[in-house]
Design a protein around this ligand. Structure first.
Ligand SMILES: [Zn+2]
Length: 287
């Protein structure tokens, strides 16, 4: 009798609460959900949260440790399919960006005076009987556009940040060469870039905290960002390619230069299209 009971328990059929598949075992073979899905309790939520952070297998903490000690090897692990041991790159980027926004909100930073940013003090103000010339209107519209774009960037930091990722991928694909473009696709280039950005955002978190105590030291930290950019890209990409270290550093430097060239070109193109649309709507500005 006792034995039969044990056998019965082992062969217990569960109905998956997620996809309704009937199965035996700890996990649903169709969708992977656990068999023992329980009701939400504060204790359950708290345990899950702690597990996501502290777990040795796929937790935030061990992933961060790998990111600092062996970023290149971790990226190759993930590309080769060894993924369960690491916290996913995109959720991790969102977590770090959120952390940055929180720190930034409390510690503050240099206030950028957007309204006076583009006003050159040496420019003579031409008073034209209270009426603006067409040229002045166009210049004012263009200034407003750029100021609003900058305000958008600082107010929607996270969204703007995510939008730069495709530009980084393009820059990296062009810089690291044709052979590697064939070896890895666009999505695969995304992984080392996202982990690089996580490291850079973490540096900005530290910088923001330092700024609170000493703006001078924070200013000096900002000077190192370009160098850090090169180091971080080299570290995250290096195991994917068969470059010697000097070539790897040089190509990483090229990636960052190319990123800025592409970024400015795209920004100017968008501004050009916006100006074109503006003149289509208001042809009178053309005079
Ligand atoms: Zn299922």
């Amino acid at each position: 009798m006792e034995n039969n009971k044990v056998v019965d328990k082992e062969q217990q059929v569960t109905k998956c609460l997620n996809c309704n598949t009937e199965f035996q075992g700890k996990f649903c073979p169709e969708c992977g959900q656990r068999a023992d899905t329980k009701r939400f309790t504060i204790r359950f939520i708290f345990t899950n949260l702690l597990q996501a952070i502290l777990s040795n297998d796929g937790g935030v903490w061990t992933t961060l440790k790998s990111l600092f000690t062996r970023p290149g090897a971790m990226v190759v692990d993930i590309l080769n399919g060894k993924r369960k041991s690491y916290f996913s790159p995109f959720p991790m980027l969102f977590l770090t960006l959120s952390l940055y926004v929180v720190i930034f909100t409390f510690t503050g930073s240099k206030d950028i005076d957007y309204d006076n940013l583009l006003n050159d003090d040496n420019t003579e103000v031409v008073v034209n009987d209270g009426e603006q010339t067409n040229e002045q209107v166009i210049v004012d519209k263009a200034k407003n556009f750029i100021i609003n774009a900058l305000k958008f960037y600082s107010n929607h930091y996270t969204a703007a940040f995510i939008l730069t990722i495709p530009v980084y991928i393009l820059a990296a694909r062009l810089s690291y060469g044709k052979k590697n473009r064939k070896k890895y696709n666009w999505g695969e280039y995304c992984i080392p870039i996202v982990y690089s950005l996580i490291l850079l955002v973490l540096y900005r978190c530290v910088m923001s905290i330092v700024y609170y105590f000493s703006p001078e030291i924070a200013d000096k930290m900002e000077d190192w960002i370009i160098l850090l950019n090169i180091v971080v890209f080299t570290a995250c990409f290096k195991n994917m390619f068969e470059f010697r270290i000097v070539k790897m550093v040089w190509r990483s430097f090229l990636t960052i230069v190319l990123y800025w060239v592409l970024f400015i070109t795209i920004a100017l193109m968008i501004a050009g299209i916006a100006a074109f649309i503006l003149f289509m709507i208001h042809p009178e500005y053309l005079g």
